[in-house]
Design a protein around this ligand. Sequence first.
Ligand SMILES: *Cc1c(COP(=O)(O)O)cnc(C)c1O
Length: 414
Amino acid sequence: MNTPERTLPRHPPMDQFRVSDGELLVGGLKLSRLAARVGQTPFYAYDRRLLDQRVAELRAALPPSLKVHYAMKANPMPAVVGHMAKRVDGIDVASAGELKVALDAGADPREISFAGPGKSRRELQQAVAAGILINIESFREVAELVAIGDATGLGARVAVRVNPDFELKSSGMKMGGGAKQFGVDAERVPELLTEIGRAGLTFEGFHLFAGSQNLKPEAIVDAQSKSFELACRLAAAAPSPVRFLNLGGGFGIPYFPGENRLDLTAIGANLARIVSDAADLMPAAEVVIELGRYLVGEAGIYVARVVDCKVSRGHTFLVTDGGLHHHLSASGNFGQVIRKNYPVAIGNRMATGETQTVSVVGPLCTPLDLLADRMELATAQIGDLVVVFQSGAYGFTASPQAFLGHPACVEVLV
Ligand SMILES: *Cc1c(COP(=O)(O)O)cnc(C)c1O
């Protein structure tokens, strides 16, 4: 394999894919060949080797007895879930729709857990019938599970999702601490535990999830330590020993210039300490972390074709057949406060010396349909393939595909 020198500045996130003869290699295939195989643009492609590499790096950094779950909302493509289910210790689902995909993929129901703030009676009944662990997020859910038990004779396995009394510092999206729709406030958990005991539900443990997209190891260490301490305190009020302790995750990936990959050293050491303390304090408990973005985000790319190249008052626009309707996150409209460019490249011109500063836009009639704003890219022509990196998580299913009625995007696992 020849890897030509890179004349363009490559953001750190872009270096996980190899290059051959000036073309990006995805799943071992040159990008133009892959595009021909897929038969259309735009498409998402996820690289199996990179998924496996990420799981291996993670396992090497974490204590061996720690369980790793995949939070499949990050990428619920059935083939990806099937691939991950064989490599992780469990799957976290956030709806009955995701539960179906996880079960179809062959995930063991004993190792599936279900979180979400608005679980309906029907979803809860499906979860009970499947025999998965339900992370309870309100007093109403306890009442629903009792009614389901009365109607069906089936018992529910439950854990309590706790809204902690602290926040995940420096997190991209906070999901715990303060007033939140997620989980039950820590101070009301003892009361909920009493109700769970009285209702005769099978109590298995606690779930804490403080936030997402964090690149600061010290903030993750801090949140995991505090989560563990809180769970130890709450365990005193539990109707039975804790068998499952999910400490969340929130591990981020780099997207923008100046961001670097998360260093797992301190996180791994802290989790080793927690696992060993848990062996004394909650001997029946398995300690779990749940990760979405970190497991799949870097393994995926989004590919669109240049359909026009327009110059407007001196500024060049590459107009592609893909855009925010397939990739809302890259357009900056999925949780970004200040829009920044995702890493982008011309995937069939990775070795070119000639560059131009351009904006990459999509075909939608809205100025929000922007994939790259004034970026230096290899000089491109109509027919070239624009690649958006770091697209394996919160891409395809987190985008408004029906907006403007353009053709559907496809996904491939290679
Ligand atoms: C979204 C979510 C995750 C996954 O978050 P990532 O940042 O993708 O790792 C994990 N757990 C829960 C409860 C979630 O809602």
